[in-house]
Each structure stands twice: as structure tokens, then as C-alpha cells.
Design a protein around this ligand. Structure first.
Ligand code: MLT
Length: 408
């Protein structure tokens, strides 16, 4: 007889984006002649830019030569990439992060989930609500979330911090003491941000309460306004209290290529049940060297080329393209009479669903009547009920077409 991890039985339905994909497939089968516009999962549509493709081709060629062929790489990532990340993403922006604090991986989704391997199941967890569903689901899997309360749509042991139009999408500090805090900024799904003063309050809270912030900044390249931190380490003292997750997926179109990195500062410590302080950098390194064999050489060369002059220029063109889409969506929705948020510092637009409909009912209505796929707000947490997310990652043509359909 073998046993299962029963925490999995506490998970609700299937993973949000899988449920949506299934519903869309069903609709397609029943309506093969209808043209569907997908604005649900935040998947990019612009092809990888030429300078990155060139770097990949070069790396492929190296693999066919006996001298330049590479086998297993370092589990933490090649030095050439970690050095570039340290210099361009941090040091040049006045943040002191060294290559040995950077761990290259195949995605932020995995890192955000895997970090619980080293943090264990004794933490009191706080998440902003709504938020990227992986934070909650992975805590359910490890057993820190507790039982699901159907009526409230919440897990008993999780502290939910609402972010809503009513509080201007600024989360309030938890009233009780929590150990782990997930912050996603710019926020997925609301597309909203915190300025430096607001983010500082979280760092101060974490210092006072000896909490650890898990800071997901996958969308930082989409920030267009001043005084919005791109990294939590721009806040003084954050290296003592935060792990940061970054990804090339939305920055350089790597959703299919797979490359990301996680910053675990040397200063960062958590405690054992006997109150001994343990370095998280060491623990994460141990975890990665045991459970991970590194990202492919070809992919890491591709990621390295993101930092070249040409690479930077070309990926910025794609980011600008998506942000133009975001503007088209915001304006189109406003014209159609919707109240919407986000889309200025993030590729997500968060809109209020018409009165009297739940966010899943609105999903069905949009799919059936307009053939547009979005993401129901409640899928990101109970405070997301009454809202709906559209992504700006589509093609220009489809974005315009979708807005025309919304206005009809
Ligand atoms: C989203 O749509 O929220 C994201 O694309 C999902 C992800 O990055 O895993």
C-alpha cells in the first residue's frame, strides 16, 4: 500500500488556468466556426527578438563541437549569466546583489512553489487577496493553509489581505503576527503597484515581526511610473527580510523557453524550532544542488543576451507593444462603460464585472456572446469576486478586435 499527501485533497477544483483552458476547449468543440480571442492566461505572443535568437543559435553550434560542448552546468546557473543579472538588474540600479546570491532556474512558478521545501510547514502565511494562485495552492499542498471554509471561500490558517478598489489596491499590514508574506508587485492580477513609502511599511513590518517576504516581481519591466520600486531591495534593510523572484518569461518572451532567477541574500536567516538561525542562501543552494540540474546552456546564453544593448532595445520594443495594447484595452473598456484598473505599470487590466453577475458568470457571458476569454477575479481569491482580468499580451489585431466586440 502506498500513501498520498492528503493535503492535496484540500485543493479546490483544478488549477485556475487549467479550468479555463478546459472550458474554452469545450466551447470550441461545440462552436467550431467561432473565432475566440484569448485574453486569459498571461502568455506572450510576440516572437523572441532577433538578438536572443542569434545567441541561442550560437550556443547550439557550440554544442556540436567537442571543445565547446557542455554537459551538466552549475546548479546555481552559469557565472556569465549571474554576473550580468547582478550588474544590470541590481548594481547599476544602486542595489547591492552579488552573483552568489542569485539562483538561475526554469521558472518563477517553480521557485515560488519550491521555496516551501526549505521553509517547511510551520509558518503562518499571509497573502494579498486577490493574487497569483500558486502561492495559495502550494501552501495548501504543504499543509500550512489548513481546511477550506466553503462559506468564506478561504482557508482557515491563511491570513488574507484584501486589495480592492475601496482601499485603492493598497494592502493593509496584517493585524496579527505572520511569518511568511507573499507580495506580487506589480500585482498579478490587479495590475496595481505600491510606491516606495508603501513598500517600506512592509519591510519595516517584516523586520519588527521577524517575518520573511516572498517578493514576486515578474512584471517589474512593465513599470512606467516614477517612484515605483522595481526590486524590494531598493528599500533599505530589505536584504534582511526578503527573497525576490524574477523571470524572463514576461520580460523577454520566455514563457516557452523557460528561465528565471531567485535572489536569496546572504544576510537572510530563518530559525529552527530550537531558535537557531540558519542561512537561507545556504539552504536554497543545498536544495537546488540536490533537486535541480540547472537550466540548459542554450537557454542561459539566451538569457544573457537579454542584457546586451541590442537585446535591451529589442525587448523594450515588445514590452512597449504590450503596453500599447494595455492602453487600448483600458480605453476600450472605459468607452464600453466598464470601470477598470491597472494596465499602467503592468500588462493586466482589472475590471469590475456588471452588477448582478459573479465573475464566473461574466466569464461565461463573454465567452458565449463575444468569444473573448478572460480570467474570473474570484480565481485569484475571494476579494477578486466581482472583478475580471484581461491581459495585454495578445496581438494588436486581436486586442483591437476584442475591444470592438466589447463596445457592441
Ligand atoms: C498568469 O496568467 O497569471 C500567468 O501567466 C501565469 C504564470 O505566469 O504562471
Amino acid at each position: 500500500m502506498s500513501f498520498i499527501n492528503e493535503n492535496y485533497l484540500e485543493l479546490q477544483d483544478s488549477y485556475l488556468f487549467s479550468t479555463i483552458a478546459k472550458k474554452v476547449e469545450e466551447y470550441k468543440t461545440k462552436n467550431p466556426d467561432k473565432e475566440i480571442i484569448k485574453m486569459g492566461i498571461g502568455d506572450v505572443t510576440r516572437p523572441i527578438v532577433p538578438s536572443i535568437i542569434e545567441a541561442m543559435h550560437k550556443a547550439v553550434d557550440e554544442m556540436q563541437d567537442e571543445v565547446t560542448f557542455r554537459g551538466y552546468g552549475p546548479e546555481q546557473g552559469y557565472e556569465f549569466l549571474r554576473e550580468k543579472i547582478s550588474k544590470y538588474d541590481y548594481k547599476d540600479r544602486g542595489v547591492d546583489i552579488n552573483p552568489d546570491e542569485i539562483f538561475v532556474s526554469d521558472g518563477s512558478k517553480c521557485d515560488v512553489a519550491n521555496i516551501l521545501d526549505i521553509l517547511g510547514d510551520k509558518n503562518k502565511v499571509a497573502i494579498t487577496d486577490p493574487v497569483y494562485p500558486v502561492y495559495l495552492d502550494t501552501n495548501v499542498m504543504i499543509g500550512t493553509a489548513g481546511k477550506y471554509n466553503e462559506e468564506k471561500g478561504m482557508y482557515e490558517n491563511v491570513v488574507y489581505i484584501p486589495i480592492k478598489a475601496e482601499n485603492n489596491f493598497v494592502p493593509e499590514l496584517p493585524k496579527e503576527k505572520v511569518d511568511l508574506i507573499y507580495l506580487c508587485l506589480p500585482n498579478n492580477p490587479t495590475g496595481t503597484v505600491l510606491n516606495k513609502e508603501e513598500l517600506k511599511k512592509w519591510v519595516d513590518y517584516a523586520k519588527e515581526n521577524k517575518s520573511l517576504i516572498l517578493f514576486d516581481s515578474a512584471y517589474e519591466r512593465y513599470i512606467t511610473e516614477e517612484n515605483i520600486p522595481h526590486s524590494i531591495y531598493e528599500i533599505e534593510g530589505a536584504k534582511d527580510v526578503a527573497i525576490e523572484f524574477r523571470s524572463f518569461s514576461k520580460t523577454a518572451g520566455f514563457t516557452g523557453v523557460r528561465c528565471a532567477y531567485t535572489v536569496v541574500p546572504k544576510e537572510l536567516k530563518s530559525i529552527t524550532s530550537k531558535n537557531e538561525e540558519i542561512s537561507l542562501n545556504k539552504l536554497w543552494s543545498r536544495r537546488m544542488s540536490t533537486k535541480f540540474n540547472g537550466v540548459s546552456y542554450i537557454t542561459q546564453r539566451a538569457a544573457e543576451s537579454v542584457y546586451s544593448k541590442e537585446g535591451q532595445k529589442q525587448i523594450k520594443e515588445n514590452i512597449d507593444y504590450y503596453m500599447q495594447n494595455a492602453r487600448i484595452i483600458r480605453e476600450g473598456l472605459s468607452k464600453a462603460g466598464f470601470t477598470c484598473y491597472g494596465g499602467v505599470n503592468a500588462p493586466y487590466i482589472w475590471l469590475k464585472v456588471p452588477k448582478g453577475l459573479t465573475s464566473w458568470e461574466f466569464f461565461d457571458k463573454l465567452l458565449n456572446e463575444k468569444q473573448i476569454v478572460g480570467t474570473p477575479g474570484v480565481g485569484f481569491g475571494p476579494s477578486g469576486e466581482g472583478y475580471f482580468r484581461l491581459t495585454a499580451f495578445g496581438t494588436r489585431e486581436n486586442t483591437i478586435k476584442a475591444m470592438e466586440r466589447m463596445q457592441k
